[in-house]
Each structure stands twice: as structure tokens, then as C-alpha cells.
Design a protein around this ligand. Structure first.
Ligand code: ADP
Ligand code: MG
Length: 333
């Protein structure tokens, strides 16, 4: 059996039913999967992770982990008895304990010694063993928290926003370290993030949460190229949501409540400027340039006509003036 984690119809409310943080969440996770849960702030990501960890009790629903029922109407397996480890967003290291004391806290040392040594070597924190958390960098604190979690040898590793506190410069390195570590131990990982770039780069599968509900579950390229709705499309970067009737050649479309009709998602980089003698079979958008913002290698150009407003990324070698009429084509199927 390859299924490691199964959630069915998990719901959770706070404040006497005023906040519906999770509504009937169901999904499965196979052994060895790296799954990312993404969604805007307040969409229920941390609550979902805390429920799986056993730190929060759901109102309804069932959870099984590695074949064991850990949650239903009559069952609640406590956090310490669940075969999973949660790494908190702020790492939750004890400030008055050294690195090694933090890692060994609550463990029967003899069982884990070799694994701890190995993980500390691999993450290059062996020499920091006697330091206190305030004496090491943010990236190093994260490695300590990960080693503490992984040295329990959990079936499932839960990570809440593991990269959110790092500045951009550090982030790429720490992300790669994390990918290496996950691969080394062959961990099954459920990782919450609001940064869709992290999800795209790390996950085999992405779960998109929107206001406590799952909008889409799919691989990163599928989610990016075939979003289920406008929320998912916008979460993964700037895009133009436009009525489908203008673009009958684009195959992927979805219904949108705000428009009250079928729409398509066209990303700014999928639009190209063309000159007048273009093949008439290629669909085009004609309009007036109302703003041009240079972003270094390209400019964000806003074009309007009587029907729509479109944002396009145009290479900087093409000079575009505000007020001029231009024609765009769509480089998308
Ligand atoms: P995310 O991690 O996606 O930002 P959370 O899971 O933290 O979202 O929160 C989801 C919703 O549940 C939010 O509206 C939040 O205010 C609410 N919530 C979370 N925890 C509690 C709590 N302990 N008491 C009351 N409301 C909560
Ligand atoms: Mg959160």
C-alpha cells in the first residue's frame, strides 16, 4: 500500500462557528511525495497542518496515517503518538538550550544517535552543537529545526512556511539545501507556503487552498498552465482574465463568477507585439497604450480598447509610447 496519509471531509470552525477555517478537505498523499499546500493568507494552511499534526482537533472528518486511523468522530490520537513531525514557521527552538540539546530534547538518545550525527554532518551543523540559537544564523536555525524533526525518523514531515523568514539572497541556497535533505532521507513532505515559487520548485504536487476549500490539486506545470479558476491563475503570477468570446482559439477556459461567463487566463509574457502586415488568421488584440513601466529587461505595457484591458510584457528594445496604437498576438494554445 502506497497511501501514507488520507484526509476525508475535514472541517474546522473557530469562534463559535463564525470562522469556517476548513470546509470538507479531502486529499491523499503517497509515500515519498513532496506536496505543497499554497493559498493566500488566512486560507487555512496552518490550521490544516496543525490538524494533521494533532495540535488542533477537527470538528468533522477522518484522517488515516500509514494505515492507522488517527482522527474521526470517536478517535483522536495525540500529537506525540502520531508518526509525523511538524517544523514551525518560527522554528520554535528553545532559546535556553544549545543546538544539540534542542535536537535531542524529548528523545531516547541511544536510538537516534547515529541518525542525529549523520543529519548534523549532512546539514553542516556539527560544529555548532554547543551554540545557543541566538548565536547562529536564521538559515542555521532552520537546519537545527529540520534535524530535530527528521531525527525522529517520522513517516511524514510537516513544514509550515519553511522559507518565509529568509531574504531573497539566502532563499535560493536554503531551498536547495532543503531539497537535498528531503531527497537524502527520502521523506514524505507536506509543506505549507504562500510563495508559489517555492511550491513550483519543490513540490511533485500542489494543493491550492482558497478560503478553507481546495480549488485544485495537480502538478506544478498543470496548475500554472491550466488553472481551475481565476484565484488559482492569479496566485501563480500576474495574468489577464478575459472573456473567452474574444479568444475562441485558446482551449483552456473556465467559468468566472465576476464576469458571469467563460474566461481565459493569458499571462503578460504570452503576448507579443506585431506589426501591421500580420497574417490575418492569427488572433490579435488592438488597442491604445495607457502605461509603460520599465522593469529592466522588459516593460509592462497596459493596453486598452473598447472591450478589454490587457497587460503585456514587451522586450525593452521595442520602443513604445503612451497614447500609441499597438497590436498584440497571443503566443499560447
Ligand atoms: P493561513 O495559515 O493560511 O494563513 P490559518 O490556518 O492560520 O491560515 O487561519 C485560517 C482562518 O482561521 C483565519 O481566518 C484565522 O483567523 C482563523 N483561525 C486560525 N486559528 C484560529 C484560532 N485559534 N482561533 C480563531 N480563529 C483562528
Ligand atoms: Mg499560516
Amino acid at each position: 500500500m502506497n497511501k501514507l496519509l488520507t484526509l476525508s471531509n475535514i472541517s474546522k470552525s473557530f469562534d463559535r462557528d463564525r470562522v469556517h477555517a476548513l470546509k470538507k478537505i479531502s486529499f491523499e498523499c503517497d509515500k515519498g511525495d513532496v506536496i505543497s499546500i499554497v493559498g493566500s493568507s488566512g486560507s487555512g494552511k496552518s490550521t490544516l497542518l496543525r490538524i494533521i499534526a494533532g495540535l488542533e482537533i477537527p470538528d468533522k472528518g477522518e484522517i488515516t496515517l500509514d494505515g492507522n486511523l488517527i482522527n474521526d468522530n470517536n478517535t483522536f490520537t495525540s500529537a506525540e503518538k502520531r508518526d509525523c513531525s511538524l517544523v514551525f514557521q518560527d522554528f520554535a527552538l528553545f532559546p535556553n538550550m544549545t543546538v544539540i540539546e534542542n535536537i535531542c530534547f524529548g528523545k531516547k538518545a541511544a536510538n537516534n544517535e547515529t541518525l542525529i550525527d549523520e543529519l548534523m554532518e549532512f546539514t553542516v551543523i556539527t560544529d555548532l552543537a554547543d551554540r545557543y540559537p541566538h548565536e547562529i544564523s536564521g538559515g542555521q536555525q532552520q537546519r537545527v529545526a529540520l534535524v530535530r524533526a527528521l531525527s525522529n525518523n517520522p513517516s511524514l514531515l510537516l513544514l509550515d512556511e519553511p522559507l518565509s523568514h529568509l531574504d531573497l539572497e539566502l532563499k535560493d541556497n536554503v531551498r536547495n539545501e532543503l531539497i537535498n535533505l528531503i531527497q537524502k532521507v527520502g521523506a514524505t513532505v507536506l509543506m505549507v507556503t504562500h510563495d508559489t515559487k517555492d511550491a513550483m520548485l519543490m513540490a511533485d504536487k500542489i494543493i491550492v487552498l482558497n478560503d478553507g476549500q481546495i480549488d485544485q490539486i495537480n502538478s506544478p506545470p498543470k496548475i500554472f498552465n491550466f488553472p481551475a479558476n481565476a484565484y488559482v491563475a492569479r496566485l501563480f503570477g500576474k495574468t489577464n482574465i478575459l472573456p473567452r468570446e474574444h479568444f475562441p482559439d485558446i482551449s483552456h477556459h473556465f467559468f468566472d463568477l465576476d464576469f458571469g461567463k467563460d474566461v481565459v487566463s493569458i499571462r503578460p509574457h504570452e503576448l507579443k507585439i506585431v506589426h501591421k502586415n500580420v497574417d490575418t488568421k492569427i488572433p490579435t488584440i488592438k488597442g491604445k497604450v495607457v502605461s509603460v513601466q520599465s522593469l529592466g529587461s522588459y516593460s509592462e505595457v497596459l493596453l486598452v480598447n473598447d472591450e478589454i484591458e490587457v497587460s503585456a510584457n514587451i522586450e525593452n528594445d521595442q520602443k513604445i509610447e503612451i497614447g500609441s496604437q499597438i497590436i498584440l498576438t497571443i503566443d499560447k494554445k
